[in-house]
Design a binder for this molecule. Structure first.
Ligand SMILES: *Cc1c(COP(=O)(O)O)cnc(C)c1O
Length: 384
C-alpha cells in the first residue's frame, strides 16, 4: 500500500501538526481510513463539514453543476451565482444587503478591511485579544496571537487589540481614526470564548457614536453552528459588515463579505478570479437549503445541550470549565490538551485544540445522539 504519510512529509510543506490518520472517505459524521477503520469526526474539516461528509443533496448539486458550468468570470452574469447572492442577503442579518463572494475566510476578512478603509476614509482597526481572523497579511495583522504574526513583520499598520468583554478598553481606543472594530461573537481558535450581550450591544453603540464600522467575523460561528443561523441572532445584532466562510459550501471552498446598503465600491477596485464560481455557488445553495429545511440551527442547539448534559463536566477532575454555544464546544482543561487529543484519536475520535489547554469540538450538525454518547464516554473516561 502507498505510504501516503511519507509522501506528505516528503513533498508537502511542513506547516501542520499532523495526526496519525489518513482519511480517505467520509459519510455523515464518520471518517474512514485506508483500512476502513471508522472515526467520529468532531473536527469536521475545522468547522467546515457541518452537513457531515458527502451529504447526498450536496453531492448531487456539485455533480450536476460540474457537468453544467464550473467557472464563470465575474464580468459575466451567472444563474447560480445570482441565486446565491439573493439567498445570502435573505439569511444574514437585515442590515446586510450586498455580498462579495470569495473563496476562503481570510479573503472575506481582507475584503472587509479594504472596504472598511475605503468607506470610512480612516486607517485604523480594533480587534480582540485571542481573536483569529486568518493568515494573509491583512487578516493576520487583525489576529492577536503573536506566534502567527511576529515572523512576518512588517504587517499592515493600524491595528489595536483589546481584551474581550471590557467595554472601557474599547472606549479607550476607538476614535476618529478608527475605520472598524472587528470581532468574533464566539472566539474559535482563541479558546471558544463567548462574547457578552451587554458588551456587544455597547460596542455597537460606541461604533455608531464614533463613526466606526462594526465587522463581525462569523466564519466559524455561521451557518447554524451555534444554534442560530448566525450568532448575530442571539444579540439581535446588525453589523455593518459580516464575514462568512467555513461551512458555507458544506466543504467546498467559498466565503463571502456581507455589507450594508451604503457601501459603494467602484468597478476594478477589488476582485477575485475564482470567487463566485458556479461550482462553489451551487454547493453553497444546496448546503443552505439543507441548513434551512432540516432546521440544523435547532438541531445544533439541542444536541449541544445534550452533549453538555451528558458530559456533566462538574465531576470531571481534569476539567476547569466548559464553554459552549450550540455545537461549538470548548472544554478547558487544567493541563495541556494535546495528550488528550492523542488519546481521543487512539479511541477513534478526531477533535481539535483551541489554544494550549482547550479541547474544541465542532462535530457535524447531523451527528447522531449515539455518536455523541460514544464521544462523551471516551471524554469522561480520560478526563475523570
Ligand atoms: C478559520 C477562520 C478564519 C480564516 O478562514 P480561512 O478559510 O482558513 O482563511 C477567519 N476567522 C475565523 C473566525 C475563523 O475561524
Amino acid at each position: 500500500m502507498t505510504d501516503y504519510k511519507a509522501l506528505e512529509h516528503e513533498y508537502g510543506l511542513d506547516l501542520y501538526p499532523k495526526r496519525d490518520l489518513v482519511a480517505v472517505r467520509g459519510e455523515g459524521a464518520i471518517l474512514y481510513d485506508e483500512s476502513d477503520n471508522q472515526y467520529i469526526d468532531c473536527a469536521a474539516g475545522i468547522g467546515v463539514a457541518s452537513l457531515g461528509h458527502s451529504h447526498p443533496k450536496l453531492v448531487e448539486a456539485i455533480q450536476q453543476q460540474a457537468a453544467r458550468l464550473i467557472t464563470c468570470p465575474n464580468i459575466l452574469y451567472n444563474d447560480v451565482r445570482s441565486k446565491l447572492l439573493e439567498k445570502l442577503v435573505e439569511v444574514t442579518p437585515l442590515s446586510l444587503t450586498q455580498a462579495y463572494l470569495c473563496n476562503s475566510g481570510t479573503e472575506a476578512n481582507e475584503a472587509a478591511l479594504k472596504f472598511a478603509r475605503l468607506h470610512t476614509g480612516r486607517p485604523n482597526f480594533v480587534t480582540a485579544m485571542r481573536g483569529f481572523h486568518g493568515r494573509t497579511m491583512g487578516s493576520v495583522s487583525a489576529t492577536f496571537t503573536k506566534k502567527y504574526r511576529e515572523a512576518f513583520e512588517p504587517l499592515v499598520p493600524g491595528f489595536d487589540y483589546v481584551p474581550l468583554n471590557k467595554i472601557e478598553k474599547l472606549e479607550a481606543v476607538v476614535n476618529d481614526k478608527t475605520a472598524a472594530v472587528m470581532l468574533e461573537l464566539v472566539q474559535g481558535e482563541g479558546g471558544v470564548n463567548l462574547i457578552q450581550a451587554d458588551y456587544i450591544a455597547a460596542a455597537r453603540e460606541l461604533c455608531n457614536e464614533r463613526g466606526a464600522l462594526l465587522i463581525i467575523d462569523e466564519i466559524q460561528t455561521g451557518f447554524c453552528r451555534t444554534g442560530k443561523f448566525f450568532a448575530c441572532e442571539y444579540f439581535d445584532l446588525q453589523p455593518d459588515i459580516m464575514t462568512i466562510a467555513k461551512s458555507m459550501g458544506g466543504g467546498v471552498p467559498i466565503g463571502a463579505t456581507m455589507l450594508s446598503a451604503d457601501f459603494e465600491v467602484g468597478p476594478g477596485l477589488h476582485g477575485t478570479t475564482f470567487g463566485g464560481n458556479p461550482l462553489a455557488c451551487a454547493a453553497a445553495l444546496a448546503a443552505i437549503d439543507v441548513f434551512q429545511n432540516d432546521d440544523l440551527a435547532k438541531r445544533a442547539a439541542e444536541l449541544g445541550d445534550y452533549f453538555e448534559t451528558q458530559l456533566k463536566a462538574e465531576d470531571l477532575s481534569q476539567v476547569r470549565v466548559v464553554r459552549r454555544l450550540g455545537l461549538m464546544i470548548g472544554i478547558e482543561l487544567k493541563q495541556k490538551a494535546q495528550e488528550k487529543l492523542t488519546h481521543l484519536l487512539d479511541n477513534k475520535i478526531v477533535a481539535l485544540p483551541a489554544g494550549a489547554n482547550v479541547i474544541r469540538m465542532l462535530p457535524p450538525l447531523i451527528i447522531e445522539k449515539e455518536q455523541i454518547d460514544r464521544v462523551v464516554a471516551v471524554l469522561r473516561a480520560c478526563l475523570a
